[in-house]
Ligand binder design. Sequence first.
Ligand SMILES: [Zn+2]
Length: 599
Amino acid sequence: MQATRYQVAALDPNAHLFEVRCTIDDPDPRGQRYRLPAWIPGSYLIREFARQFVHVRAESAGAAVAIAKEAKDVWRASPATAAITIIAQVYAYELSVRTAYLDRTRAYFNGASLFLLPEGREHAACTVELLRPHGDDFSEWRVATTLEPDGAAPHGFGRYKAVDYDELIDHPVEMSDFALAAFAAGAVRHEVAITGRHHADLERLARDLARICQWQIDLFGNAPQSRPPFDRYLFQITAVGEGYGGLEHRSSTSLLCRRDELPVRGRSDIGDGYLHLLGLASHEYFHSWNVKRIKPAVFMPYDLAREAYTRQLWAFEGITSYYDDLALVRSGVIDDTQYLVLLGRAVSQVLRTPGRHRQSIGDSSFDAWIKFYRQDENSPNAIVSYYAKGSLVALALDLTLRSAGRTSLDSVMRTLWQRHGRAGIGVPEDAIESIVGELAGEDMRTFFACYVDGTDDPPLADLLAAFGIDCHLRPAGGTADRGGTPSSSAVPACWFGARVGKDLTLQHVFTGSPAERAGLAARDVLVAIDGVRASGESVDALATSRAAGERLTVHAFRRDELFVVDVELARAPLDTCYLVPKPDATSAATALRQAWLHG
Ligand SMILES: [Zn+2]
């Protein structure tokens, strides 16, 4: 079968239009059908990329061929006897790692947004020709992608190839005047391409990423000869003023970060922003094994026309979230104290989610399509993040296995890699539970029943105590908590129970809170508290200036109607976790901690 030949041109950067051509030599004689994915692997939401197809036509042997839509994401061309080309104009102006973007500063796309799949050619080889836009503005542009060149020079425009459609759409493409750095890990070249205005210390970023990547390669391989399961890797980073996101691919990742999260030249400390970026990069890199190769059986192959249901996202995202920060300390990029701050924040995030009592992470995984990816004002009360709680369940599992002295989550991951990832065999829904039981040498079904399929909180304080770590729970402050060591000063005394935006709009009203009991609801706008105009400061000050049991008279708008309620403040919940090494830890506990954090 001849290759499916694609061509991508930035038709009009000012109108954000790509022109994408797809040519095949042997169209279906009954009329060739074409389909576009409805979702992109790694992001579990029906996105209906066909929405952005603004014009589609077809031609064969120099003449137009009629084309008609058969479904929202399916087109059929009239029968043609010679090679046929379908030509689509696609609007691309979403600053996201999941879709496509085009303006005069950059062109970026995920193939799922642009490439129509001729039906019946799922397994055909593909080529894609990337055209440089015309004009002086674009003379400095280069190409960053892990698609294999098929004549294109390194970072050049021209032709690339993929073995099939599944691979074609798993290598996003960046075309711009990005900055480039490179490093080696596992004897494989890794590149970092940064798009957007920034003054990043590229050498430092490459140095830190090299340590994190090498540690992960060694986790799954046999150091010192370990090799990653790809022969090149790309961190494609877009730096913006405000934004966040990451999406994993088989040999690359696209990251969206704030430019102030990039490391600054002349500085060597690790601030919260840079830690956040390293954690994100570490997360996506870990996915190279856990979800890109060790994958749920239902993802083999992906059915991109409709939802693919699995109860295992907690393992693919939660275990990955556990290892993303753990890799920072295990690789020596941060120290134990910094790691415990990050872990304390992860625990706090889950404690502040009342929905964890309503939804299990197994259910959260299954319903990701309609709940986790489509959050609204009630989400904190109704759902739990399979990332956040999943990472704590992974931690609890690791600590449980390590305490028993038989095995660890590292061994579970290596076993998953050997039996499923490297072997190319999908992970059945119950496989992780049985591998854990097998390696632990005991029945672990109760653990999974309680924490994965049930809504219990894992007993982290007890587990961490055995590793010489004390878990202190305090009430959160009125404003964002920065983590660190607990202090006894300014402990918040009371709780209002709503998340309030800068414009004094209630974003979330928590289940069972004073605000909810008084009748306040999401989208209400605070007007006055005790007869005085409300402000961000006065709302923040409530937590420390008032006491539980005190009553407030609150005026607020619901839509355009003013109303007044009486709010009785409650005791502040203990939802901020500080983890600190026990001063009197036993040598056994200290040894467990050393083995856990330093291997
Ligand atoms: Zn992830």
